[in-house]
Design a protein. Structure first.
Length: 397
C-alpha cells in the first residue's frame, strides 16, 4: 500500500513541491483512452452532431459524461448493468438499498440512492489532488437497487444479504448507497456468507453507536452492529466506531459496546490525538486477527451543519475534511472488502448538500482503492470464499 497520495513534501526543502505542482504533473501522466472510447460510443449510439456543431466529439443525443445536467442518472453516469449475472465483469459495482423502514424518527432514506445518483452527475471521474481518473483506471457499473420490502425489515434484510453476497462473491467491489443504517447488518451478513473461516473488521463512522439488540421491538437502524458482531466472521473486538458522541446515543447500546469491548473514539478523542493517530488506532484494532475491513460510513458522523439531510442530525461531528482524511488514509492502508454510505435523506436535504457529501465520500474511497493498488484487481482476494454459507447470521428470532 502506498502513502504517496497523502501529501508529503520531499525531504530536501530546496526541491519542495506543493501538492498542486505535483497534481499538475500527475495529470500529464494520465491516459485519455477511456475518454476516447466514451466519445466513440457516444457518436455511434447517439449519432454525430448537427453540422453547425464545431466540436465533433459531441453527439446528437447526450451519451456519457456531458453535458453534466443531461442524461440518465446512474452513479457517476456509470453504465447501468441490467443483467446482474455479469457484475463480475466490473471492478466496482454501485448498488442502491432504498430501505428506510428501520428508521426510528425522520424517514426518507429510501430516496437516498436516487438523491446520491442525481447529484453525482455534478462530478467528473477525475480528481485533481490525487491525479486519479476513474474512467481511465477502473471499470464501474451501477446495478440499480435491491428490491426491498417496505413493510418488513427482516424480508428486506434477506433481500439485501442475498444481493450483496452476489456482488461480493463475483469479485466486484461493492459500494452500497443507503438506505438507513439498519442495512449495516444484512450488508455485512452478505459479505460474511462468502468469507469461509476468514474474518472482517468493521470501521464504522457515526455519531451513534448502533449496537442495541432491538429498538421499538424490531431490528432498526440503531441495531446493526449488535447483530453483525454476533456473527463469528465479524468479531466485536474488531469493530471500530469513529466520531461517536452527543445526546442521541441510547444507553442500552453503550452497555453493549462496554460488554463486547468495541473500540470507540469520540470527535474530541480524534482531534486531540490527531487524525494520523486515529487512523493508526482504527487500523490496529480493525485488522487485529482479521483478513479484511468493511467500511460503514453514516453521513451523520459529519457535523449536522454540513449534512442536514439525515435522520438523526447531531451537531458537533467531524468536519468534512477530517472525515475524508480519516477515510482515505484508512482505505489506503487496509485491505477493504466493501463500503456503504448510509442515512442520506433527500426529503430533509438542502441544495443536495448531504447527497453531495455522500458522493464525495464514495469518489474519494474509489480513488484511494486505486491509489493503494487494491483496484483494479489482479487476482481474487484471498478472503473471498466461493461457496456461500447461508447459516451465517441466520440465528436471530
Ligand atoms: Mn448515525
Amino acid at each position: 500500500m502506498t502513502e504517496d497520495s497523502v501529501f508529503q513534501p520531499p525531504e530536501d526543502s530546496d526541491i519542495r513541491q506543493t501538492q498542486a505542482q505535483q497534481a499538475l504533473e500527475r495529470e500529464a501522466q494520465l491516459s485519455l483512452t477511456g475518454w476516447q472510447q466514451e466519445v466513440s460510443r457516444g457518436l455511434e449510439y447517439g449519432l454525430e452532431a448537427a453540422e453547425s456543431i464545431r466540436d465533433r466529439t459531441i453527439p446528437t443525443f447526450s451519451r456519457g459524461e456531458l453535458p453534466h445536467f443531461a442524461g440518465i442518472n446512474t452513479f457517476l453516469k456509470a453504465p447501468y448493468l441490467e443483467d446482474v449475472r455479469r457484475v463480475g465483469d466490473y471492478d466496482i459495482a454501485v448498488v442502491g438499498v432504498p430501505h428506510d423502514s428501520g428508521t426510528t424518527y425522520r424517514p426518507g432514506t429510501r430516496f437516498g440512492p436516487q438523491g446520491i445518483r442525481r447529484i453525482s452527475a455534478l462530478y467528473t471521474p477525475y480528481n485533481f489532488e490525487t491525479g486519479i481518473d476513474l474512467r481511465e483506471q477502473i471499470t464501474l457499473c451501477d446495478v440499480g437497487d435491491i428490491f426491498t420490502i417496505p413493510a418488513n425489515n427482516e424480508k428486506s434484510f434477506d433481500q439485501i444479504s442475498k444481493g450483496i453476497a452476489h456482488i461480493f462473491s463475483s469479485g466486484a467491489f461493492p459500494i452500497i448507497l443507503g438506505g438507513d443504517h439498519s442495512i449495516g447488518f444484512p450488508t455485512v451478513r452478505g459479505v460474511c456468507r462468502h468469507l469461509g473461516d476468514k474474518k472482517v473488521g468493521i470501521i464504522h463512522f457515526d455519531r451513534h453507536v448502533d449496537t442495541q439488540e432491538t429498538d421499538l421491538d424490531e431490528r432498526m437502524h440503531t441495531c446493526p452492529w449488535f447483530h453483525a458482531t454476533h456473527m463469528k466472521n465479524a468479531p466485536a473486538q474488531n469493530l471500530v466506531q469513529l466520531g461517536i458522541g452527543g445526546w442521541q446515543v441510547p444507553r442500552q447500546g453503550v452497555k453493549v459496546c462496554r460488554e463486547r469491548a468495541t473500540n470507540i473514539l469520540t470527535v474530541t478523542d480524534i482531534t486531540e490525538m490527531g487524525l494520523d493517530a486515529a487512523v493508526d488506532y482504527a487500523l490496529e484494532r480493525a485488522l487485529d486477527g482479521t483478513d479484511c475491513v468493511y467500511v460503514s460510513f453514516d453521513i451523520d458522523c459529519i457535523d449536522a451543519g454540513f449534512v442536514p439531510g439525515t435522520g438523526w442530525p447531531e451537531p458537533g461531528g467531524l468536519l468534512p475534511r477530517e472525515a475524508l482524511y480519516l477515510l482515505n488514509k484508512i482505505i489506503r492502508n487496509a485491505p477493504v472488502c466493501g463500503l456503504e454510505v448510509v442515512e442520506v435523506s433527500p426529503p430533509y436535504d438542502i441544495s443536495d448538500m448531504t447527497a453531495l457529501m455522500a458522493t464525495r465520500v464514495i469518489c474519494d474511497a474509489m480513488a484511494s482503492l486505486v491509489l493503494s493498488g487494491q483496484l483494479p484487481r489482479t487476482q481474487r482476494p484471498g478472503y473471498l470464499h466461493a461457496e456461500a454459507n447461508l447459516e451465517v447470521g441466520a440465528d436471530w428470532e
